[in-house]
Write a protein that binds this ligand. Structure first.
Ligand code: AMP
Ligand code: GLY
Length: 422
């Protein structure tokens, strides 16, 4: 088979590696890919916003299946567009992708289907929103409706902060904003919960916990993710059943009844309080860096899973997981998520020896003249599996130390809530 992957992050390199392991695959293309995917597939330099150019390439190469990594093309309707051109795609259609593309769309489903989530109100002007927050207990959470690269959520501790957030959103910080969302702050512990879905049946695709803040102790600015571990410590059967029955199934039923077609991963961001799950948000893709921690635990042929999912035959698949834990530590460019340098040589990257159960997934890298250079904020993902999460973390940290990239930053405390003595 010939398979194409859309995207250029650590998630897409992890997907590419897993596809590369499959006996069913003859050739892999990554659009546009990164320095890591360059080694095991062909990187194709097409802008992922340009659906027509992507389609032309896929048809010319007679690609059998395309996997969409990031949210933006999904929200912009790449699946509908490619399906119309008879190309097989692993990803949800544009209607379903509103789950991530519009937080208000999701909240309305929560309301109509009785899905547990934070109390909320939708506003279409500043004054009404100001009036509402004047009478609220703090913190409150103010959210832009659409995609905002993880930056459209404001946890506000007082009226002033909330007003600032409301003004920024309505003034267009994340594009034209007709409406915004104000919701109650949920206390508890977060959990990322993944399923695979073929529009009829679903399979739980593990759980994880990511660390979004740039500094240790979960301090500093929000980032795309500084690391993650799997499984989440909250992953137990009764809670799982509640998540499926109270949150996932009502959502999937709603989408189906309303004409959506959902093929792919669904990622529920949850808050767990007193053993009860609340939906914070949906993403219509795998998480990054959660994907990098979860996929190495999978024993199945990943291509077989993708194929069966597209055919609506997911029920024929029995997922088979390694009985281990996994941790991912992200090495970023110093200064990320604010200002950082690009195009810095990463010396000796190919000299890093990976023991069994250790993986190195590239994100913001490119391969030029036989050398690797940084090309983004999140640069490399170090992933190690072990029965003991502490040992897995030590292995990751050893690898980072060996690389000793002077321009890099990472957190030493990924998993601190579950790893003792950290
Ligand atoms: P989101 O982009 O919706 O995932 O929000 C980013 C982060 O903001 C989440 O991972 C949570 O840590 C936090 N967050 C969002 N909504 C709430 C809420 N209602 N209560 C508490 N924390 C929240
Ligand atoms: N790890 C957070 C995300 O992928 O959105």
């Amino acid at each position: 088979m010939k398979i194409a992957i859309i995207g250029s992050g650590g998630r897409e390199h992890a997907i590419c590696e897993k596809i590369y392991e499959s006996k069913k695959v003859a050739e892999i293309f990554c659009i546009p890919g990164n320095g890591g995917t360059d080694k095991i597939s062909k990187n194709i330099d097409i802008n992922i916003k340009n659906f027509e150019e992507i389609k032309t390439f896929l048809l010319k190469e007679k690609i059998d299946m395309v996997v969409i990594g990031p949210e933006e093309p999904l929200v912009n309707g790449i699946v509908d567009y490619l399906n119309k051109n008879k190309i097989k795609v692993f990803g949800p259609d544009q209607f379903c992708s509103q789950l991530e593309g519009s937080k208000i769309f999701t909240k309305k489903i929560c309301k109509s289907e009785n899905i547990p989530t934070a109390e909320f109100k939708i506003f279409d002007n500043k004054e009404a929103a100001f009036g509402y927050i004047n009478n609220k207990n703090f913190p409150v959470v103010v959210k832009a409706d659409g995609l905002a690269g993880g930056k459209g959520v404001y946890i506000c501790n007082n009226v002033l902060e909330a007003k600032e957030a409301i003004v920024e959103i309505f003034d267009g910080k994340f594009g034209i904003a007709k409406e915004l969302l104000v919701e109650d702050f949920l206390e508890g512990e977060e959990m990322s919960f993944f399923i695979l879905y073929d529009n009829t049946s679903y399979k739980i695709f593990n759980t994880a916990q990511d660390h979004k803040r740039v500094f240790e102790g979960d301090m500093g600015k929000n980032t795309g993710g500084m690391g993650a571990y799997t499984p989440s410590r909250l992953n137990e059967k009764i809670l799982q059943e509640k998540i499926i029955n109270k949150i996932i199934l009502p959502t999937l039923n709603y989408l189906k009844i309303n004409g959506g077609k959902y093929i792919g991963f669904l990622y529920a961001g949850l808050m767990i309080k007193n053993d009860e799950p609340f939906l914070i948000e949906y993403n219509v893709r795998m998480g990054d860096p959660e994907c990098q921690t979860i996929l190495p635990l999978l024993n199945n042929d990943f291509v077989e899973i993708l194929e069966n999912c597209i055919k609506g035959n997911l029920n024929k698949i029995q997922l088979d997981w390694k009985d281990k834990k996994s941790i991912c530590i992200v090495l970023t460019s110093k200064g990320y998520p604010e200002n950082y340098k690009k195009n810095i040589l990463i010396e000796d990257l190919e000299k890093i020896k990976l023991d069994k159960d250790c993986y190195l997934f590239h994100a913001g890298t490119k391969f030029n003249n036989n050398k690797f250079y940084s090309s983004g904020g999140r640069v490399l993902n170090f992933v190690c599996l072990d029965n003991d999460l502490n040992l897995a973390r030590k292995k990751c940290l050893n690898l980072i130390q060996k690389l000793n990239w002077k321009y890099g930053h990472h957190r030493n405390d990924i998993g601190f809530k579950v790893i003792q003595n950290s």
